[in-house]
Write a protein that binds this ligand. Structure first.
Ligand code: GAL
Length: 694
């Protein structure tokens, strides 16, 4: 019988005809070649020894490729491409637009960004070009065309990498003119714009499109719009470059690297234009941190979010760090086993490639102390290092688990992740998101609260999809909508239909608070008709300093941070507050609706309270677990497979050895072939892969 949690067929891998996991890294030999002409020969040996089978090349190489306008020096890149082909490696070739050369910045000042106070930036830094600059568009078109012409048919070329970590804002006149055009296209007329912005407030009414001043912080819908607009500028830029490349190499996938859950961007929208989803991740979890498992759950949630960007396709890590990250203080060495755990976690959730920044550390500049595959030891010492042993062993694992490649998972639970809701909540003064605590820990807001809901399933080995709200909900039994701040009539009726048809939905506070213009919904929250589904309306929200406890009765544990003062209009309370002036009023509610159920969480529940609530809400759903036994604390199980084969990943996010009961499962270690029945013992921070035989 097909496994209920597995898709019947394989998914598309990042590279065409991919037969092994991508184990790669940014490779910048152009920084070495001028003083170390033999670096390619040294590195060839190191690539082979370590088992690194892919290289991302040329990401910031513009000044080495075109040292003066119209003079192209491709000889070094020819050598690098040929070297990679000879090694049997596959190349991710970048366009160099992530960093402009000095001559360009000097000759074409419009290529440089203008900051919020109107100053044109000097040549500095990277990721610094104006989105609208005609000169930059043109110069990039020339260099990208040259690259595509020269390397489009190169046997090593497997993927294009557009620019690098596209992000940021420009306030020049051209970008401002595009902003005005964007507003006009979105709102059609000024009345609609002013209404969306609630612009009669403080005399902010716009009498022409140009009146909407992006540096003004008064109208929070405008803050959201400015991000929508910049995201679109970014997409337009990406498309400009991708179109050039695609014209030469229609069969070569194109991507750009994302930055996890970067607040100012909407990666859901961006993911729709790339061929492959690729993330740059730099987790700070460590085995000696008390929050190890919580961070582990966050990064798992992030991987699920990335897996779900493109249904039916696997994703990849474009960057991660195999050692200590120099921009994070203290500059702490990665503890033994942590790197393997981080990489295997990504694979467990659907990555078919794990790559590093970078293959070889530079000798100078800002990133000389950033961990790399090869650091400043000499070639002969390479194999004596811990780094080498860990990466070599990971390469061996990846070879052994090659059958996992292209397999997927089909969860019964989904969490909605809404980038615009995050903006709406963040920029609304009074939500507390911009309070000092926000800067101390993201764990207290959107990503953190989402992770807390996710953790329940993570700890129980129940796979979860993390999806945008325009997906089909039909295949899921349970939908969780943490802080879905913005609500439309369309989404509300889709959620309603889902519950009506027998689905279960769980929401936290701060759902359905505003419309898409970030204006408060009227009539109490959750608004836009969702109150009827939940059987409640919230009159007021008591937002307290992070960590302020709110005692509750009816569920074990307690609440904190927020208290929704809630009226029941059909729901029954599962917990009531036992604190403050709302003692006795509902804190957590349940409402049977149609054939389904709706649960509303009106305070930030701690783990015992959340577990009890989720136990109750999932009790009748018969959610399929990967292992039908209780996993020890800090251990998660994840699943990948097809109708033919299934693989279980056991990941130990704790600093202790853990014995995992296997229930009725029988597992075979995918690396050693050893069979396990009843239980398997995991070392501290272990990450292991098993084939399910029963
Ligand atoms: C990334 C970037 C890389 C490198 C790395 C260092 O954000 O794409 O080029 O700077 O950070 O952690």
């Amino acid at each position: 019988m097909p496994h209920p949690l597995l898709p019947s067929t394989k998914w598309r891998t990042p590279f065409p005809n991919q037969t092994q996991f991508i184990h790669g890294g940014d490779y910048n030999p152009d920084q070495w070649l001028p003083d170390h002409p033999d670096i390619l020969e040294q590195d060839a040996k190191l690539f082979r020894q370590t088992g690194i089978n892919s290289a991302s090349i040329g990401i910031f190489s513009w000044s080495s490729l075109e040292p003066s306008e119209g003079t192209f020096t491709f000889d070094w890149l020819d050598r690098v491409m040929d070297q990679q082909a000879k090694l049997g490696n596959r190349v991710i070739l970048a366009t160099p637009s992530g960093a402009m050369p000095t001559w360009l910045a000097e000759k074409y000042p419009d290529a440089r960004r203008v900051d919020a106070v109107g100053r044109r930036k000097q040549f500095c830094d990277r990721h610094n070009h104006c989105w609208s600059s005609p000169s930059y568009h043109e110069r990039v078109k020339i260099i990208d065309t040259k690259l595509a012409e020269r390397y489009g048919q190169h046997p090593a070329l497997a993927m294009w990498h557009v620019s690098n970590e596209l992000n940021g804002e420009c306030y020049c006149d051209l970008c401002r003119a595009n902003w005005a055009k964007w507003l006009e296209a979105r709102y059609g007329n000024l009345k609609a714009l002013n209404s969306a912005n609630w612009a009669y407030f403080w005399a902010h009414q716009a009498f022409k499109w140009e009146h909407v001043e992006p540096t003004d912080v008064v109208m929070d819908n405008m803050a959201v719009d400015w991000r929508r607009f910049n995201n679109q500028q970014l997409i337009n830029w990406y498309t400009h470059e991708a179109d050039i490349l695609r014209a030469f190499t229609p069969a070569i996938p194109i991507t750009t690297n994302f930055m996890t859950t970067m607040l100012n961007l909407n990666y859901d929208a961006i993911s729709r234009v790339v061929d492959v989803v690729a993330d740059d991740q730099y987790p700070s979890f460590d085995s000696d941190s008390p929050d190890f498992a919580l961070y582990g759950a966050f990064w798992s949630m992030k991987q699920d979010l990335y897996r779900c960007f493109k249904p039916g396709q696997s994703f990849m890590l474009m960057e991660s760090c195999p050692g200590a990250i120099q921009w994070r203080l203290p500059h702490k060495a990665k503890r033994p086993g942590i790197h393997r755990l981080e990489m295997m976690q990504a694979i467990a959730h659907g990555a078919d490639g794990v790559c590093y920044f970078q293959f070889r550390s530079g000798r100078g500049s800002m990133e000389k102390l950033h961990g790399a595959v090869v650091e400043h030891w000499d070639t002969e010492k390479h194999t004596q290092t811990r780094r080498y042993r860990e990466l070599r062993s990971l390469s061996d694992t990846l070879e052994k688990i090659a059958p996992v490649l292209g397999t997927g998972v089909k969860p019964q639970v989904a969490i909605l992740y809404d980038w615009e809701s995050r903006w709406g909540q963040h920029f609304s003064m009074g939500t507390g998101v911009k309070s000092p605590e926000w800067h101390v820990s993201w764990l207290n807001y959107y990503d953190g609260i989402t992770t807390e809901q996710y953790s329940y399933f993570w700890q129980r080995g129940i796979p979860v999809d993390v999806i945008p709200d325009d997906r089909d909900f039909a295949g899921y039994k349970l939908l969780i909508i943490p802080m879905h701040w913005m609500m439309t009539a369309q989404l509300s009726s889709k959620l309603r239909d889902f519950v009506q048809a027998g689905g279960t939905i769980i929401s936290t506070w701060d759902t359905a608070m505003t419309d898409k213009a970030n204006r408060m919904l009227l009539g109490g929250w959750p608004g836009e008709g969702l109150g009827e589904v939940f059987g409640v309306w919230v009159e007021e929200i008591d937002r307290l300093p992070v960590g302020t406890p709110r005692a509750i009765a009816g569920l074990p544990g307690s609440g904190s941070d927020v208290a929704c003062i809630t009226h029941l209009t059909g729901a029954t309370p599962l917990a009531t507050f036992a604190s403050d002036f709302y003692t006795g009023q509902p804190a957590v509610t349940h409402n049977p609706f149609g054939n389904g159920h709706a649960y509303f969480i009106g305070t930030r529940l701690n783990t015992p309270a959340r577990d009890a609530l989720y136990d109750r809400a999932t009790n009748d759903l018969s959610l399929e677990r990967i292992i039908d036994a209780d996993l020890p604390l800090g251990v998660t199980a994840q699943l990948r497979g097809t109708a033919d084969e299934a693989f279980v990943f056991l990941l130990n996010f704790s600093a202790e050895e853990k014995t995992v009961p296997l229930g009725s499962r029988s597992l075979v270690d995918a690396e050693t072939g050893e069979t396990f029945k009843r239980e398997v013992t995991l070392e501290a921070v272990a990450a292991r892969v098993f084939k399910i035989t029963r």
